[in-house]
Write a new protein. Structure first.
Length: 187
């Protein structure tokens, strides 16, 4: 059996990313071992059923504070909390100030993932209307990980992927179908 290239896949999205994210999640193979962490901007004061809506195929978990990241799981950052990872590969929920007008902040999660997983991290940034995720994407790449942005020309809101492209070098720019192929070809 091949060694897998990534120990974690993180996906950040905001405005216009729900349909894309649903396509990605529904295409994931059942046997995939790599955990997936989703950071999605949501309204803060409205009850959310996002975990149920994102995938009919696999259960999505909103992790608890100090919960260990486990293979095969798909995690969704809880509404109105920053989702961070600690050196022992446990989640930490944080209620500090908004970052880029957002809580959860994609930047905060991507940066923690870069620190903990380094070259074994894959970060994907989808459609969105602000620059959240761009600085964190640079951290992923600087740590030797892989960064992918949704091709801004295919994004409903190009600001997030475009901000990452303007901020750091070495990012792969892929349409949604190729993002799915990239993930599926992960051993």
């Amino acid at each position: 059996m091949k060694n897998k290239k990534y120990d974690i896949i993180t996906i950040g999205g905001s405005a216009g990313s729900i349909a894309v994210l649903t396509s990605i999640l529904d295409a994931l193979p059942d046997h995939m071992q790599t955990p997936v962490v989703i950071i999605l901007h949501r309204l803060r004061n409205v009850q959310s059923e996002m975990g149920r809506l994102l995938s009919n195929k696999r259960r999505i978990i909103e992790p608890e504070d100090k919960e260990t990241v486990k293979p095969r799981n798909i995690y969704l950052a809880p509404q109105n909390y920053h989702l961070m990872l600690e050196a022992d590969k446990t989640f930490m929920l944080d209620y500090s100030e908004l970052v880029n007008y957002s809580r959860p902040s994609i930047d905060m999660t991507f940066s923690c993932v870069a620190d903990v997983y380094g070259s074994k991290a894959l970060a994907i940034l989808l459609s969105g209307a602000n620059k959240d995720g761009a600085a964190g994407m640079c951290d992923i790449i600087a740590a030797g990980g892989t960064g992918i942005v949704q091709d801004p020309t295919t994004a409903a809101f190009e600001a997030m992927p475009q901000a990452a492209l303007e901020m750091c070098k070495g990012i792969l720019v892929l349409p949604v179908e190729d993002i799915i192929k990239f993930i599926i070809n992960e051993p």
